[in-house]
Write a protein that binds this ligand. Structure first.
Ligand code: PGD
Length: 762
């Protein structure tokens, strides 16, 4: 099982040579094609390694990270060295000085999940500064609990695809429903129902309106609106305006189930700021003719309409507004809680929305308790490392960044997920020591002092399951461990032994014992609940999988609609908060008490567009999961002259004298990268698209702002939070210019290991 699907493999003993999707997956993900050859790929980390400069000079800030050679060594030498450094930092600076917990997806598998392992280990050694939130949903994670209550319901109990296919007449999809993202689900996924559900909806006579600057954000027949990127909230406001001014809004729903509509309406109709958010007002921002907006609003008011907002819309500056305004628009239509109507978030952003949840807890590795209370919003990592002691705002609190001396990272790649990589490189120069566990020499591993060779999920026994998928799957090792790599659990066990806390960390269990230990108490619990009786562990392992039950045919917030007194939302009012006293009380100038239109900085109408006239959409890749297996066959087949493809409308290509297949330089005042041009008239003119995930490959590793020769888009993006409320990731949008690359073509070395060196003389 992988995050992108269930499959079986053929091996030659050392590596995977072929993959076959599971039979029950009617629409398997092409991403499994990246797996063959991955176990023994030259980019694997063969042995423990320490950065040469660290061995020579010891811990401390340095500009050498990302620009140094490595000394490989045996585990016997490596473990005491790393344990000693952990001990030094704790003794001298306290546990708060360790930043860990590691944001990142790692691999599927409940036990060997790298993040769970590193959490458990760092908790056992006394705690660490952790991060909260994630890069996917930074804004949603904070704003939606205030205004909708338990935001997890949005995903785990979202309206089922079957219900949408059967009942929705009009699917208004802000951000479309990109099938490529539904290949993936955190923790694994056994089937991919989205394409079929959209097909069934259409076959029933349902209509889909895809609102996106990229045509392929919705496959198959759909009406398409392509607003100026970043203007969706203005379009939603205009739709709301038409509903309000025509009396098409559902006042009974608003009175019974929401609070604060009146205050929002004052803003909508311009009573508070003198600016009516009419379709004409919006047209100047979105480029969508007012008549089209009016017509769509009319149809929405007359149909069973489902409004969906993709995660990508909140991964921009002021990203809080898109889901909040989507919810508000759906509340005005009055369909929330009605089968096929209402609001959805993340259809097409991941496979999970639309698939029913397992109605009981899943086997889970206990992670212990973190005795350090300090945390940061996850996308503030560079801010934290660069500004110890500096104040910042977050969700109503005025906080202070801790002083981090050691970064301990496992299962994530900040050179994939973070913005403004030049700034990240400077930030990673600040701590005394950086530790990275990964199977591969990723750019993050190449910036570490201690590099820990992890196994991949193909080299270890595990079991996998996830909240919204019926299958609990045995994942027996397919091949032997590569070279001198170890499971992260084993590495942490060795470190714990060296630090004298082995028993606390392992509880006397090896990995095989833990699998049984996760499974058997879970089996007893589920059996007692009386819904299903899972087989014994031995039977489960022999059979390879167990089908749990899932709750199907869900309608989001149907219980709340039925009886808001009995099933209130977990908001202060118990209702949907179109006006939030809590958020208003924070007094932020970048996130008011009700949804608002805020003009972004990175957009085509702004001042910056004079210098950088193309709006780049930095979205999720179609050919790999994030940065994982970028060297795999599917990812490599998409590259143009070895570079990540950037798509552009033919008008823009012609204006710059560019042709399909050219290598181009994509740049702004933060950085530059090379990419391979693909001309595609499915993009709105002046919009270009470059997916995340090409491994960062600086032309001059000494220069933190060096051009990336491979096409990592995050050298261009701004490192700035969504707002003072959520401080979420804003990497989705950035302004750039593009020109032909006329110099000699630098080689791509991203997937090669670093230089290795002899041990320095002391
Ligand atoms: P991955 O490439 O999945 O990216 O960012 P994330 O860091 O999750 O990194 C996972 C790493 O875990 C890989 O290096 C992999 O090799 C390693 N790994 C796999 N298995 C194991 C294991 O067993 N042990 C260890 N130690 N390591 C393992 C994803 C993040 O990027 C996300 S979720 C989103 S939604 C964001 N999206 C955007 C965006 O839209 N636009 C921009 N510009 N930037 C983004 N960044 C974010």
């Amino acid at each position: 099982m992988a995050h992108y699907g269930r499959f079986s493999v053929d091996t030659d003993g050392a590596d995977v040579v072929a993959v076959r999707p599971a039979a029950e997956d009617g629409d398997p993900s092409p991403l499994i094609g990246n797996v063959p050859g991955s176990v023994t790929h030259p980019s694997r980390i063969r042995r423990p390694a320490v950065r040469r400069g660290w061995l020579e000079h010891g811990p401390g800030p340095t500009a050498l990270r990302g620009n140094d050679s490595y000394v490989e060594m045996d585990w016997d030498e490596f473990v005491p060295l790393l344990a000693g450094e952990l001990r030094r930092v704790i003794d001298r600076h306290g546990n708060e000085a360790i930043y860990g917990g590691s944001y990142g997806w790692g691999s599927a598998g409940r036990f060997h999940h790298a993040q769970s392992q590193v959490h458990r280990f760092l908790n056992t050694i006394g705690g660490y500064t952790r991060s909260v939130g994630n890069y996917s949903l930074g804004a949603t994670n904070v704003v939606m609990p205030h205004v909708m209550g338990s935001h997890w319901k949005l995903f785990s109990r979202s309206t089922s695809w079957d219900v949408i296919a059967e009942h929705t007449d009009l699917l208004v999809a802000f951000g479309g429903v990109p099938i490529k993202n539904t290949f993936v689900n955190h923790g694994g996924t056994s089937h991919h129902p989205t394409r079929d559900a959209l097909h069934r909806l259409r076959a029933r006579g349902g209509r889909i309106v895809s609102i996106s600057p990229l045509a392929d954000d919705l496959e198959g027949t759909a009406e398409r609106l392509a607003p100026v990127p970043g203007s969706d909230v203005a379009l939603m406001m205009a739709l709301a305006h038409v509903l309000a001014t025509n009396g098409w809004h559902d006042t009974r729903f608003l009175e019974r189930y929401t609070v604060g509509y009146d205050r929002f309406e004052d803003y909508l109709l311009g009573r508070t700021d003198g600016m009516s958010k009419s379709p004409e007002w919006a047209e100047a921002l979105t480029g969508i003719p007012a008549s089209v907006t009016r017509d769509l609003a009319r149809r929405m008011a007359r149909s069973t309409t489902m409004i969906t907002v993709t995660f990508s819309l909140q991964r921009t500056r002021h990203g809080e507004q898109a889901p909040w305004m989507g919810m508000t628009l759906a509340a005005m239509l009055g369909g929330i809680g009605v089968p096929g109507a209402g609001f959805g978030h993340g259809y097409g952003s991941m496979n999970e929305p639309g698939i029913g949840p397992v109605p009981y807890p899943l086997p889970t590795l206990p992670q212990g308790t973190n005795r350090v209370p300090t945390s940061i919003p996850v996308a503030a990592v560079s801010d934290m490392l660069l500004n110890p002691g500096a104040p910042y705002d977050y969700d109503g609190e005025r906080r202070t960044f801790p002083d981090i001396r050691l970064v301990h990272w496992a299962g994530g790649n900040p050179f994939h997920h973070h913005q403004d990589l030049g700034r990240l490189r400077e930030a990673l120069g600040r701590p005394d020591t950086v530790v990275v566990h990964d199977p591969f020499w990723t750019p993050m591993a190449k910036h570490a002092d201690f590099v820990v060779p992890s196994t991949t999920s193909l080299e270890r026994d595990d079991l996998s399951c996830t909240r919204n998928d019926p299958w609990l799957v045995a994942m027996p090792a397919a091949v032997a461990r590569f070279a001198d790599s170890k499971d992260d659990y084993e590495t942490f066990t060795l470190l714990a032994r060296e630090l004298g806390i082995e028993q606390e960390f392992t509880e006397g269990r090896n990995a095989a014992d833990w699998l049984r230990h996760l499974y058997e108490p879970w089996r007893a619990f589920v059996s007692a609940a009386g819904r299903v009786t899972p087989p014994t562990f031995a039977e489960f392992w022999r059979d390879g999988a167990f089908r749990m039950d899932t709750e199907d045919d869900l309608t989001l917030l149907a219980d709340f609609r039925d009886d808001p007194a009995r099933a209130p939302l977990r908001t202060p009012s118990g209702r949907l908060e179109i006006f939030s006293e809590t958020i208003d009380g924070f007094g932020y100038d970048d996130c008011a008490g009700h949804p608002r239109w805020y003009e972004p900085q990175e957009w085509l109408h702004g001042e910056r567009a004079g210098r950088f006239p193309l709006h780049l959409v930095a979205n999720q890749p179609r050919t790999r999961l994030h940065s994982q297996l970028d060297h795999g066959a599917v990812s490599q087949a998409s590259k143009v002259q070895g570079r990540e493809p950037v798509r552009m409308h033919s008008d823009d290509a012609r204006a710059r004298g560019l042709a399909d297949g050219d290598v181009v330089r994509v740049f702004n005042d933060r950085g530059a990268c090379l990419a391979g041009l693909r001309v595609d008239d499915g993009l709105r003119p002046r919009v270009v698209q470059l997916a995340t995930g090409a491994w960062y490959d600086p032309l001059d590793p000494v220069d933190p702002r060096s051009m990336c020769v491979h096409g990592n888009v995050n050298v261009l993006t701004e490192d700035r939070g969504t707002s003072s409320l959520a401080q979420g990731c804003t990497g989705q949008h950035v302004l750039v210019e593009i020109e032909k690359w006329t110099g000699a073509l630098p080689p791509v070395r991203a997937h090669q290991p670093p230089e290795f060196a002899e041990r320095p003389q002391k």
